[in-house]
Write a protein that binds this ligand. Sequence first.
Ligand SMILES: Cc1cc2nc3c(=O)[nH]c(=O)nc-3n(C[C@H](O)[C@H](O)[C@H](O)COP(=O)(O)O)c2cc1C
Length: 437
Amino acid sequence: MTQGLWAHPDNQSHRYKELGFWIELAQLLERGLFDFMFFADSYGYPDHKRELTYREAVYAPANDPMLIIPALAAATNNLAFVTTASPVYELPFPNARRFSTLDHLTNGRIGWNVVAAGGISGARAFGREGILPHDERYEQAEEFMEASYKLLEGSWEDDAVVGDKAGRYYADASKVHIVEHEGRYYRMTGAHSCEPSIQRTPVLFQAGSSDRGRDFAAKHAEGVFLKAPTVEALRAQVQDIRRRAAAFGRGPEQIKIFTGLSAVVGRTKEEAQRKLDSYRSYASREAALLTYENATGVDLLALDPDAPFVNVKTEQGRTHTERYTKHSGTVQTVRDVMDNFASKEFRGITVAGTPDEIADHMQHWIEETGADGFNLERYVLPGGHRDFVELVVPVLQKRGMFRERYEETTLRERLFGKGFARLADTHPGAAYRKLGE
Ligand SMILES: Cc1cc2nc3c(=O)[nH]c(=O)nc-3n(C[C@H](O)[C@H](O)[C@H](O)COP(=O)(O)O)c2cc1C
């Protein structure tokens, strides 16, 4: 989250290759009664500045998070897992198979962060010439969702599996339907390879804040990650997503909104500030600017630093160009953008303070914006999360802002209440339930 922090002496993130590291982290989050552990992922890495990329470990190396999840599910009982897969690279059939497998193995503790990734190096690694234009990638994602819903919701009827050993009758073929999909981007004929899992479709998350991205979120997402620099800006984004969802016939309560929170906890304010200063002292400005370029396609160092940052066009991700153009309220120079991004990068709200001060901030942002929760961002792993679990969670509980124990086991029920393990009837995916009729 902060480039260069991998080298901080308290940071254990270099242990990402060890299952023990992930198990320790998952068990810590479960002890803190977290809803889910979120894995961001992409195939892209900045391959045009290779020396810097590998020297500072900017998006590389990167293991496949999906393969870690079953081991973490075995080491926990309640914590859920949200992982990322992009329609730009994947195909609906194997993607649905992987998510159904994960839903089975986790007992319904799985979510899918759907991204319309725009990395050029990822596309090249998949043998493509380049990426589709920005809005068209979301069209491609729309079609991917349609094919996925057919597989996950429609292919197997609930009572297709009989499982009668004595009668030698596993499943009723008349209740397993062939998906025929012929679209602009994908073509397939075949039944889903997995029998229905508890949630069928994994809980759907989305994090792209461009205009087209918000429409996609409003239609499909059940969890949305949003970030904004001020309470007012976040409130406006939250209201915008909920308004757009209504246009798709979905209720405002059908989308849970999470905003990024970087919390640095100390027993005193001074201790917390000292920690934050120490983390920031490891930040790499050149690596931060490279991540900006990797996400947006905009090389800030190639622009005139005194020029206003306006009319920035990109076909890669727009969330982090529009953050300084559409949503900032004032025109900034390229230098301002560099300074701001180098200090914040992709972080949301940053708070360094005592547990009570952090709880105050959290309460304020929830009450004032209408957001539902936070995505806790790391400085150092697992120490930062341990501080939060041990020091902040008890304060939140005392204030009645946080659960005392887990109640529902599936992720969707945890977010939307008991009995709601499946997509809501008003969700567009529900329309594909009757493939056999
Ligand atoms: C909290 C958060 C997590 C994200 N995780 C990923 C990710 O794992 N992989 C990815 O390619 N993009 C990720 N993104 C980027 C967006 O999801 C989106 O794909 C990108 O910004 C392009 O869409 P846009 O033009 O609508 O911004 C993330 C963004 C946020 C705010």
